[in-house]
Design a protein around this ligand. Structure first.
Ligand code: ZN
Length: 177
């Protein structure tokens, strides 16, 4: 089923998602539909609340710059019931975007490394140490499962600088409420 994106202003983006108790065929279908939507919208990550489902699942793909200056994308990954722990004290500040806040980028400071434990689509528990872009994208998507947006983590002056852009999104993009 084709999924539509929920945009900034939609209260679902501010609601905590529920754990997935069992990986049913419906969950597998949702994961596939989310990957399709992420690719269609040219994103590097998409969490279930962004497509109207309050479930603890997100999809993402790695992204890196090649020697000849092109961006390359990795295989889409599915993350279910993630638990992020042991953030590094070292932090990094980078511009972040979000499919629910189109055409808007803001600097966000996050730990450089983090530990993740999650289930894959087969229900296997995966443990990984994440670093750099992979750590960042997983922290961004995990935030969505808790009703948190990247703009919440921006420095006050950067948050103020995008206020007009946020209001524009509310006016230009459809709200489902
Ligand atoms: Zn996002």
């Amino acid at each position: 089923m084709k999924l539509s994106i929920r945009y900034y202003g939609d209260p679902i983006l501010r609601t905590k998602a529920k754990a997935i108790e069992e990986i049913t065929p419906e969950i597998i279908q949702l994961a596939h539909d989310m990957v399709a939507a992420m690719v269609e919208y040219n994103g590097v990550g998409l969490a279930a609340p962004q497509v109207g489902h309050l479930l603890r699942i997100y999809v993402f793909r790695d992204e890196w710059l090649t020697e000849n200056g092109q961006y390359e994308l990795g295989h889409p990954q599915v993350v279910i019931n993630p638990v992020l722990t042991s953030p590094s004290k070292d932090t990094e500040t980078m511009l972040e975007g979000c499919l629910s806040l189109p055409n808007l980028h803001v600097k966000v400071t996050r730990p450089k490394k983090i530990h993740i434990s999650y289930q894959n689509l087969k229900g296997e528990i995966i443990e990984q140490e994440l670093e750099g872009f992979l750590a960042r994208v997983n922290m961004h998507e995990n935030d969505h499962l808790n009703g948190v947006l990247h703009i919440d983590r921006a420095a006050p002056k950067d948050r103020n600088a995008i206020e007009a852009g946020l209001q524009k999104i509310k006016q230009q993009y459809p709200q489902t409420v």
